[in-house]
Design a protein around this ligand. Structure first.
Ligand SMILES: NC(=O)C1=CN([C@@H]2O[C@H](COP(=O)(O)OP(=O)(O)OC[C@H]3O[C@@H](n4cnc5c(N)ncnc54)[C@H](O)[C@@H]3O)[C@@H](O)[C@H]2O)C=CC1
Ligand code: BAL
Length: 498
């Protein structure tokens, strides 16, 4: 899984791939009741890859009724924790056994490079499911410090039927971030993959059934946000929704909840993530490498991507020279060829959006587009943090540079955003590093590196980047469970006092 093949080998696998053509409900392939279809295309070529059911509210109703039946009879939640653990481990193993095919399918459907799909997404997906599987029989409930005359237990129970609404930038991995803890908790699921990238979700649902996840527990409904996402958000029999995507759509889920059954809503949304570099850094090469990776990895289609480089004026030129050098290594091209680190953007409309920011500042590096699909890694200089490209989430390989005179100014500008997902700071001054880590308003702050932590650390945002819960770590289980207090009065029994 962690070794790359040749381009020719990936093309051979692609030719033989059997692509899903149906949704997956109650353990069966499923066509929309209306019979309608939509097409999913290969972002690298614009060619149609597959046609999938364009489901709507009536199909969501059916999926929810199956998930509810599975929830009510406890076919999953009431299994012994050790047994659910084995099933989830088996699912991780099956994904690992099919990793190369899944990586190719993901690359074809999303435009993500095979380099990333194979080495990052598939690897992390398997790791995530294994981690949550192992947690199932290691998380204990609590006994509260109530009086001697009472026994007060605080137990966690699965929340019930959960809607998972997924983005297109890490289709498989975001699915794993959510199904791992949701299945670990014992919930039953109605999953809506992004319309652009539904294929791997359907394949994983098939593998889940093979692993032993009972029919009806993990259901996939394909289609658009309006036709499938909204009915999930408004459904009276869905107890919670976990969403990853744009802030605009996240807002709608709050509205849907308020106007329906007040279901719990967890939102993981956009970012405009600052990277502060101070003039005291010594290993400029390492800093430059982190910046290039943080800004251009996954074509910048990453909610935690470095999108604002806030750099001290005394180090700016020296640092940028190094950044250009490392960016030169990120070649743009065919995503199925493992030599390329930058593929096409996910869709024509997203390409139009991203390329509209290219003339928002002075282009320092890159700036070109190719085939109406690819945007080169690009660095633009802007006069201040009020530039459009410094305020809005671009979600593409465009890094905006803002020059500052002091540490104080850098932190103030870093926090001048409605978002608060991730931030990074590079400095060789330990006190400064800790001050910055405390002062930066973001769910994840990395010091002298770029990253999102790992499966052991919670991931989520401050401000308009999200709220309601966290993905990853044991904290992710809070999204899919609710607390119950069981209070026993030991004085009212007939038993003699002892
Ligand atoms: N935080 C993140 O990881 C992501 C952020 N984005 C941001 O969002 C921008 C737009 O991308 P989109 O694909 O349009 O994101 P989106 O937020 O519209 O899509 C995310 C999910 O929500 C669903 N959805 C869309 N409209 C809906 C509605 N009205 N009701 C219910 N569900 C709905 C989509 O079908 C998809 O499954 C991107 O340019 C980027 O800035 C996009 C994807 C992921
Ligand atoms: N970087 C993983 C989370 C996201 O982009 O939505």
């Amino acid at each position: 899984m962690t070794t790359l093949l040749t381009k020719e080998a990936y093309y051979q696998i692609a030719e033989k791939l059997v692509l899903p053509s149906k949704s997956f409900i109650n353990g069966q392939p499923y066509s929309a009741k209306s019979g309608k279809l939509f097409q999913t295309t290969n972002p690298a070529t614009g060619e149609v890859l597959a046609s999938l059911p364009a489901c709507s509210a009536e199909d969501v109703d059916y999926a929810v009724s199956c998930a509810k039946a599975a929830w009510k009879d406890g076919r999953w939640s009431k299994q012994h924790p050790a047994s659910r653990k084995q099933v989830l481990i088996k699912l991780a193993e099956l994904i690992e056994a099919n990793a190369t095919e899944l990586a190719v399918m993901e690359s074809l459907d999303s435009g993500k490079t095979i380099y990333d799909c194979q080495l990052v997404d598939l690897h992390e997906t398997v790791n995530c499911l294994r981690w949550h599987a192992e947690a199932i029989d290691k998380i204990y409930d609590q006994v509260s410090p109530a009086s001697n005359n009472h026994l007060a237990m605080v137990v966690r129970e699965p929340v019930g039927v959960v809607g998972l609404v997924l983005p297109w930038n890490f289709p498989l991995l975001m699915m794993a971030w959510k199904i791992g803890p949701a299945l670990a908790a014992g919930c039953t699921l109605v999953i809506k993959p992004a319309a652009e990238t539904s294929l791997t979700a359907i394949r994983v649902a098939e593998l889940a059934l093979e692993a032993g996840v009972p029919a009806g527990v993990l259901n996939i409904v394909t289609g658009s946000g309006r036709e499938v996402g909204e009915p999930i958000g408004r459904h009276m029999d869905i107890d919670a929704v976990s969403f990853t995507g744009s802030t605009e759509t996240g807002r709608r889920f709050l509205q849907y909840s308020a106007e329906s059954n007040l279901k719990e809503v967890v939102l993981e949304m956009g970012g405009k993530n600052p990277c502060v570099v101070m003039d005291d850094v010594k290993n400029i090469d390492a800093v430059a490498q982190h910046i290039v990776n943080g800004a251009f990895w996954n074509m910048g289609e990453n909610c935690s991507a470095i999108s604002r480089l806030i750099v001290h004026k005394d180090i700016k030129d020296k640092l940028l020279e190094k950044v250009y050098g490392y960016a030169d290594e990120w070649k743009v091209g065919d995503p199925l060829d493992p030599q390329f680190r930058v593929g096409p953007l996910v869709s024509k409309s997203h390409y139009e959006k991203v390329s509209s920011y290219l003339d928002d500042g002075k282009v320092l590096y890159g700036g070109k587009t190719h085939d109406g699909r690819y945007v080169e890694p690009t660095i633009i200089d802007v006069p201040s943090n009020s530039a459009k490209s410094a305020k809005e989430e671009i979600f593409g390989p465009i890094l905006v540079v803002i020059t500052v005179d002091s540490f104080k100014e850098a932190i103030e500008i870093a926090n001048e955003t409605v978002y608060g997902l991730a931030a990074s700071v590079f400095t060789d001054n330990g006190t400064r590093a800790m001050r910055a880590a405390r002062a930066l308003r973001a769910g994840t702050v990395t010091v002298n590196s770029f990253g999102e932590g790992d499966i052991t650390t919670p991931f989520g945002g401050f401000g308009q980047s999200g709220f309601g819960g966290r993905d990853n770590s044991v904290h992710a289980h809070d999204q899919y469970t609710q607390l119950k207090t069981i209070w026993l009065d030991l004085n009212t029994s007939e038993e003699e006092e002892v």
